[in-house]
Design a protein around this ligand. Structure first.
Ligand code: GLN
Length: 537
């Protein structure tokens, strides 16, 4: 079994996760079984309780784990199956170590960062390796070299590599080579210093992936090689992509990063066949069709807050050979300026998941505008609850209908807390989480798009459709096209006399990949394109 450790230097947000995932793609397409894992040095047990401004989106796995958004990249770029074993935080490590201490497992000893914390970290690499039976385990260490919090993880991977031997474990350092406009030059000093920092703690990178705006010329590569103690062929250029993040695997392949990794790890495989991936890029760069869709949210300024939603929309485009321009619409803007002014001209309107009251009325206006003007509407989780509230207020004339999340005393609680949630007092990891089966109604649009009657989709919510209102809604033409197998929970709703008005209580965005666009996203983009061109779907 082989191990690749990915660290990051100079600044955060370099796309370490993307780089790790892209290397995973290449190795998988060389015929290897790959698994990816993320270590996050913060003390939260998981990112589930963090604000998207702090952390970006929370990515949910089948088993209900609330994880770092890099795991989204891993799932989109590779076929590896992820569980809560694939994301480890300092919070989890310390929780385990402290529980062990209380149970007396270290009896007589002083409990210390080295070896107790580091051993716990190494165990998780081992455990994943054994359980996954992968040929290659790629472990990404969150944060930047030099962070105090990251030190135990770096020490643990240093020890681990020593123990398994350097032909079985390598270090890949993702760094930044900034372009200084005033000097008109790329600068290597920050990279030199971040590698020096790693070497101080006993890690010498085997590969340096250099993020840059301009190409690295030969001279610069030689300079980096010399000062950072890596062979020149191991200085890998990773320039900002022109069109799409899905170009990164092809970029790394052109730089022969995967060849080098295989050589260092003694892996003998044919080169990666990336033909299908090239076809995806072709559709992204020069699509036959184009459409604009709006995403109405409250964390609009922050690119990472709706990461999987944006990606799934792009995949939906790939599935239709259609380039999608995503217009990010601030829900509060709709409250100020009205739906018509903010949303006119869009092919489709999507309302993603969310928590808290800010922007809710703007989202309700967006759903109303889409319903009344027959503009394709796609609601995800909160977006489904919004569509329900809008229908209750404006079609059923249930004045002040609301979700009890936002108005506990509403006269018409059409969205209310799930029964199982009423006893819950703790906030961390306690929502209805993870993959749950959903049965689709015969003849529904949802069943048509899925091409199946049972689907498994990932959830993350505390509130649901209130069944006391089912009859009323049904009589007015609201269709419950997806239900939990016992019929008790509403999972998908749709409107029949509308080109595309579908909303789900679950998060379909977590199951979409560029090469396997999610059927509902694919349907939404097809509908958006048809709407703009005034063609039937
Ligand atoms: N806030 C809503 C709930 O808890 C929706 C959650 C979401 O969109 N993920 O039910």
């Amino acid at each position: 079994m082989k191990f690749i450790f990915v660290t990051g230097g100079v600044v955060s947000s370099l796309g370490k996760g993307l780089t790790a995932a892209s290397l995973g793609t290449l190795l998988e397409n060389r015929g290897l079984k790959v698994v990816l894992q993320k270590f996050d040095p913060y003390l939260n047990v998981d990112p589930g309780t963090m604000n998207p401004y702090q952390h970006g989106e929370v990515y949910v796995l089948d088993d209900g784990a609330e994880t770092d958004l890099d795991l989204g990249h891993y799932e989109r770029f590779t076929n590896c199956k992820l569980t809560r074993m694939n994301n480890l935080t300092s919070g989890q490590v310390y929780q385990t170590v402290l529980n062990n201490e209380r149970e007396g497992r270290y009896l007589g000893k002083t409990v210390q960062v080295i070896p107790h914390v580091t051993d716990q970290i190494k165990k998780r690499i081992d455990l994943l390796a054994t359980q996954s039976k992968a040929d290659v385990v790629i472990t990404e260490i969150g944060g930047t070299t030099g962070d105090i919090e990251g030190l135990p993880f770096l020490e643990a991977i240093r020890e681990f590599a020593l123990e398994v031997g350097y032909n079985n474990a390598i270090f890949m350092h993702v760094t930044y080579v900034p372009f200084i406009k005033a000097a008109g030059e790329l600068k290597t000093k920050p990279t030199q210093q971040s590698v020096a920092k790693l070497r101080e703690i006993g890690i010498t990178p085997h590969l340096l992936v250099c993020r840059c705006e301009k190409p690295l010329d030969k001279e610069l590569r030689q300079k980096i090689s010399m000062f950072c103690n890596v062979p020149v062929e191991a200085v890998i250029e990773e320039k900002d992509v022109d069109h799409s993040i899905y170009e990164v695997p092809l970029m790394l392949q052109r730089e022969r990063a995967d060849d080098l990794v295989c050589r260092l790890l003694d892996l003998h495989t044919p080169p990666a066949n990336m033909t299908h991936w090239q076809e995806i890029i072709r559709k992204l760069i020069a699509p036959q069709h184009r459409v604009r869709v709006g995403v109405v949210g409250k964390y609009i300024g922050l690119q990472d807050a709706y990461k999987s939603v944006y990606e799934a929309i792009i995949h939906g485009g790939v599935g239709n050979d259609c380039g999608v321009e995503i217009v990010q619409v601030d829900a509060e803007e709709i409250e100020k300026n009205g739906a018509e002014k903010t949303l006119k001209g869009l092919g489709g309107i999507l309302v993603p998941g969310g928590f808290g009251e800010r922007g809710i009325e703007g989202k309700i206006l967006a759903a109303q505008y889409a319903r009344e003007n027959k503009i394709p509407y796609f609601g995800l989780c909160l977006g489904m609850q919004i569509a329900t509230i809008e229908f209750a207020r404006n079609v059923l004339k249930l004045a002040k209908a609301h979700s009890t999340e936002f108005e506990p005393n509403t006269p018409h609680p059409v969205i209310a807390m799930l029964d199982e949630q009423k006893r819950v007092t703790k906030k961390g990891g306690t929502m209805r989480l993870g993959a749950q089966p959903c049965q689709l109604a015969l003849g529904s649009k949802a069943a048509l798009f899925y091409g199946s009657f049972v689907v498994n989709e990932r959830h993350r919510h505390r509130y649901e459709f209130n069944n006391a209102y089912r009859d009323k809604f049904e009589k007015a033409g609201f269709v419950f096209s997806g239900l939990s197998p016992d019929g008790k929970l509403v999972e998908i709703i749709e409107l029949p006399n509308h080109p595309f008005f579908i909303a789900s209580q679950f998060h379909p965005e977590f199951l979409s990949k560029p090469h396997q666009p999610h059927p509902l996203f694919k349907g939404f983009i097809a509908a958006a394109h048809a709407h703009i061109h005034q063609k039937p779907l």
